[in-house]
Design a protein around this ligand. Sequence first.
Ligand code: SF4
Length: 364
Amino acid sequence: MTDTILQARNLVKHFKANAGFLRPGDTVHAVDGVSLDIRRGETFAIVGESGCGKSTLARLLMRLLIPTAGEVEFDGSPISDIKGADLRQLRRDLQFIFQDPFSSLNPRLTVGKLIAEPLELHVPDLTAAQRQERVADILSKVGLMPEHADRYPHEFSGGQRQRIGIARALASGPRVIIGDEPVSALDVSVQAQVINLLGDLGRDLDLTLVIIAHDLAVIRHMSDRVAVMYLGQIVETGPTDAVYETARHPYTRLLLDSIPVAEHGATRTAKPIAGETPSPLNPPTGCRFHPRCPHAQDLCKTETPVLSDDAHGVACHFWREIAETPARAAPKPRSRGAQTRFDLYRAASEGETIVTRNQQGNSE
Ligand code: SF4
């Protein structure tokens, strides 16, 4: 058994336009040549701006989409062509957490039924009593009460609804959970609690977690390794601490600079990345980041940089020279309490209790 549980090799996903505002024949280059190895038991984060292809990549890894080229392997076996019992087993092993806890739960079903559904599908041998027991157990694992099984999703706050989504994902006993922006629809302080919960579940249940995020602050304290995506390609990947502390790619450095930290007295203001993300219909030649890169040179317009295959990989012709120019200092929060987003995520990762109130004034 290898260390790798989920692997992508030269993954490509192009969408051909046939409707909407695109012209027939237009091709959206959503994912273009992505390779990555996700190890058993780790938390792997994929980050990038909106439209960079990270959600398409997540769906390719889940086999919710079939790649245009390349292959995904789960536990050493290709998954593009599997059918029948093999596909059902994959659906059991690989589960998904959706971004929006408000629309991803069927409002007509009680929480108990929502969690029992995947159990009925994937563990059909359970008796009704055993299923009820499993539902109660899963609810307590995600920090809810067994009596919540009789209530409907609209009776819960956003954070609690995302806990229900996580409970549904856990029901089949998966080995890998992929979360597509699992906390971005939530209030910042509730985000920290849900991140904390995912981290605890990953450790306690020996799960592999793949977290998709547009915000580097969200995954700073929960992920072991990170891949940074830009316009369908991975531009930097490595251990999270290395990527945060010694970011090599100009895009990663600008993303770190763009984290908004102005609330509650942090001493550094956010700096948005200049320029628009180019259209995935017609990606720039050479390095796709060159129209926005402050370090671009002529070579960057014609020659595509290759992602180096060391532990801290980077796809940039000039990263060594750029690394010698200092990046902006990390934000310095006030010393008392969990006050900035960095503080909240750090506090959550260290197990501090953060009590927040939902709109009804109930603590979450
Ligand atoms: Fe910037 Fe050139 Fe590096 Fe691309 S290859 S990130 S354009 S310096």
